[in-house]
Design a protein around this ligand. Structure first.
Ligand code: NAP
Length: 239
């Protein structure tokens, strides 16, 4: 009787293989900026990707998702230390950002684009996240005269020495796609840039759709790469 209740060696092997499979099957992807132009579609694309077992969308307001692969974590970005364990996973996709107009001041914009993203990167690195993928901007430079490009460059500079196994930085130009609000500068850019980039030599500066940036990030996350790598403008368009 006792013998009948005991699993056979074959059963035991299957049980162990299943445990190993469940724990090695996929990676956990954390996304900040998950309701944005890039981040929103990125969450959907990651949920479809075979190498991802769970997507953690970290937002400041609740979001409902269909399907069990995506989990929403609502956090207070001013108190990220209190929710450090949310940033435990394998991959961190950082797509947070705002505009000076939306934030109300340059300082408030820096808080979102630079400080929140930096803090999350720190927490993720300390929780063992291996691969950090950041949406920065073309022209990002810590000593730029543009306040926007300066904050993007400063973030790149601050995250570079962090103990991730791999850091992938994406530097798109103008992002295109459907936004809930009108951004006058972007609208103007989306009209002018396509004309400018028709000029030979300037083609690589053409605007890019949010979903194309997301698709490149997903592609990079499932392929091997360099410990520190940048993807600039036309490298982000999937060939
Ligand atoms: N726009 C461009 O042409 C362009 C060009 C190059 C690079 N980039 C950079 O690319 C990245 C992604 O851009 P995107 O256009 O996809 O961004 P986006 O659509 O503006 O989305 C920004 C995300 O950040 C979140 N966010 C904004 N303010 C926040 C706050 N105070 N606290 C918490 N979350 C906040 C938003 O959440 P809510 O939905 O709750 O507001 C949203 O999820 C950004 O870093 C941006 O600077 C943009």
């Amino acid at each position: 009787m006792v013998l009948l209740l005991c699993p056979s060696i074959n059963d035991m092997v299957s049980i162990i293989l299943n445990i190993v499979k469940e724990n090695t099957m996929g990676e956990i992807a954390i996304v900040i900026g998950a309701t944005g132009l890039v981040g929103g579609v990125l969450v959907e694309q990651l949920a479809e990707a075979n190498h991802i077992s769970r997507v953690v969308s970290v937002t400041r307001r609740p979001v409902e998702y269909a399907g069990s692969k995506i989990e929403n974590q609502v956090v207070d970005f001013d108190n990220l230390d209190d929710v450090a364990s949310v940033f435990k996973g394998d991959l961190l996709f950082s797509c947070l950002g705002t505009t000076r107009r939306q934030a109300g001041s340059l300082e408030a914009q820096r808080m979102v684009d630079l400080e929140y993203q930096y803090k999350v990167a720190q927490l993720a690195a300390s929780q063992g996240v291996q691969h950090y993928l950041l949406v920065s901007s073309s022209g990002a430079r810590a000593n730029s005269r543009s306040a926007y490009l300066q904050m993007k460059g400063e973030l790149e500079k601050r995250v570079r020495p962090m103990p991730f196994k791999r850091i992938s930085i994406f530097q798109p130009s103008l992002l295109m796609g459907q936004r809930p609000e009108l951004r006058f500068g972007e609208k103007l850019g989306s009209l002018i840039l396509p004309l400018l980039t028709a000029i030979p030599g300037l083609h690589r500066y053409r605007p890019i759709r949010g979903e194309q940036v997301a698709a490149k990030m997903v592609q990079v996350s499932q392929q091997p790469g360099q410990p520190l790598e940048w993807f600039t403008l036309d490298e982000i368009f999937i060939k």
